[in-house]
Design a protein around this ligand. Structure first.
Ligand SMILES: NC(=O)c1ccc[n+]([C@@H]2O[C@H](COP(=O)([O-])OP(=O)(O)OC[C@H]3O[C@@H](n4cnc5c(N)ncnc54)[C@H](O)[C@@H]3O)[C@@H](O)[C@H]2O)c1
Ligand SMILES: O=c1ccn([C@@H]2O[C@H](COP(=O)(O)OP(=O)(O)O[C@H]3O[C@H](CO)[C@@H](O)[C@H](O)[C@H]3O)[C@@H](O)[C@H]2O)c(=O)[nH]1
Length: 437
């Protein structure tokens, strides 16, 4: 089939590449000329495991092309995906300007039947708005489908190729049939394509993200309470998670959730509720708790250094909002680093992929280390913000020699508390006892 994807970011590029992989002819459109140039030169503009291999394969096979011309994209595809940003607006709502502006252009430019598929995360009623906007100018038939995306950064290719479910929100039989045909290769394992109305599809996405953010936040509260009463959140988590009604996943406490989705989507659902006189009290709590959780280790670090961080050097391992991505949007590391800098600390930071993005934001306020051990060299303490695999089994002897004080503040509970105690580290994590303090 002929497919066009408008917006070639994390979602658009993965969608376009994976759809090319199953034999479709795909054109990806982006407004960012430099990005399009890079992709034309065979360069993947983001860090996403396994994407490079299928990207290269499909470009070579001429099934995957890139352009800055919306017109070219609209002429090519019978199915047009919108994978455009929907960032947080000042009042917490989703900024729909990218989606609605492109929809206006679509109405003016389409020449034959098209299925316009909204893959961006958008509030209930957006498909209806898009339909109306296109209809103002369109001279041909078209359908609008809501098809929210559930991929996770770091696992995006796998999530797209083997989705647990695909949601298709549509009231058009013709468009639904086309979507089922397009997605047939991805649901061979028996996972369902769930067809529903557009509004329910739009809400499914916000409900899923808000539920997951709530699940994490609940565990963070349990972790904080564990510290008060001397319980161990790892054990509580194992005990709770073995109940299949609760499940083992997304129960990991730490310094809060970040990323390009949970923070903005939880706020957008709360705001959408408010607009309909519905007060999502639970979401307000989640937002408030997560915001505090991001800097929960800050007072503990200050206390360790007798409330004087001035001139202290703190090594920071992990800057991305989670492992296996270079994305730093709403990363808890940012809140922690801003807090530490404001107290006069010097920061030697390392991340396997996210340094260029952090550098754009912090400039020369940070010392950028070339390796995890270069970051800990002569540092007064180590802070861990992201659980990259390479941090999981460090050379403890080397670490102890490098650090001025053998102290680790671990925002992701990477190490066994008893092992750290035996190794002689002062070790402070989340929801577990602190040792050698
Ligand atoms: N990142 C994720 O993991 C993820 C997962 C599921 C859903 N989503 C949702 O998908 C949407 C896109 O997210 P993303 O992370 O891919 O965003 P992104 O910022 O990585 O990419 C968006 C792309 O759109 C381009 N763009 C902006 N205006 C354009 C225009 N007028 N024409 C063509 N291209 C234009 C930008 O240059 C950019 O490359 C959002 O609604 C997001 O909430 C994201
Ligand atoms: O037990 C857990 C699991 C996650 N996190 C944090 O939660 C955030 C989000 O993690 P994750 O969901 O793995 O990453 P995203 O790539 O943001 O993916 C989420 O957001 C996407 C965009 O909407 C959705 O498509 C995905 O289904 C949804 O998982 C990160 O900061 C994680 O560190 C925790 O603190 N504890």
């Amino acid at each position: 089939m002929k497919i066009s994807v408008i917006g070639t970011g994390y979602v658009g590029l993965v969608t376009g590449t994976c759809l090319a992989e199953t034999g479709n002819e795909v054109i990806c459109v982006d407004i960012d000329k430099a990005k399009v140039e890079k992709m034309r030169n065979g360069e993947v503009p983001i860090y996403e495991p396994h994407l490079d291999v299928i990207f290269e394969r499909n470009i070579k096979a001429n099934r995957l092309r890139f352009t800055t011309s919306l017109e070219e994209g609209l002429d090519h595809g019978e199915i047009i995906f919108l994978a455009l940003p929907t960032p947080e607006d000042e009042d917490g709502s989703a900024d729909l300007s990218y989606v609605l502006n492109v929809s206006e252009e679509i109405g003016k430019k389409i020449k034959g039947y098209k299925v316009i598929v909204d893959k961006s995360t958008v509030p209930v009623g957006t498909a209806e708005k898009v339909q109306e906007i296109i209809a103002k100018n369109a001279t041909c038939e078209f359908d609008v489908v809501s098809n929210p995306e559930f991929l996770r950064e770091g696992f995006a290719v796998d999530d797209f190729l083997k989705p647990e479910r695909i949601i298709v929100g549509s009231s058009s039989e013709k468009a639904t049939d086309l979507m089922k045909k397009l997605y047939a290769p991805f649901v061979r394992s028996g996972n369902p394509i769930i067809v529903m109305d557009e509004k329910s599809a739009e809400l499914t996405k916000y409900a899923a993200n808000s539920f997951l953010a709530t699940k994490i936040t609940f565990m963070n509260e349990i972790a904080n309470y564990c510290e008060k009463v001397g319980a161990d959140v790892d054990l509580v988590r194992a005990g709770m998670g073995s109940d299949s009604r609760i499940g083992k996943r997304f129960l990991f406490p730490g310094i809060g959730y970040g990323g390009s989705c949970f923070p903005k989507d939880v706020k957008a659902l709360r705001k959408a509720g408010k607009d309909r006189d519905y007060d999502f009290k639970i979401l307000s709590s989640v937002i408030e708790i997560n915001s505090a959780q991001k800097t929960i280790l800050l007072p503990k670090i200050e206390e360790y250094f007798n409330n004087n961080l001035y001139g202290k050097t703190i090594a920071v391992w992990g800057l991305a909002f989670k492992p296996e991505t270079d994305d730093i949007r709403e990363a808890p590391s940012i809140d922690m680093m801003e807090g530490l800098l404001s107290k006069g600390a010097k920061l030697q930071v390392f991340d396997p992929e996210a340094i260029p993005n952090i550098q754009k934001r912090f400039g020369d306020k940070l010392i950028y280390a070339e390796s995890m051990y270069a970051a800990t060299e002569n540092a007064d303490a180590l802070l861990i913000c992201t659980e990259w695999s390479i941090f999981r089994t460090p050379d403890y002897e080397k670490l102890k020699k490098q650090l001025i004080n053998p102290v680790v503040f671990d925002g992701r509970n990477l190490y066994n508390v008893n092992d750290m105690e035996a190794e002689g580290f002062t070790y402070v994590s989340v929801g577990r006892k602190s040792v050698n303090l």
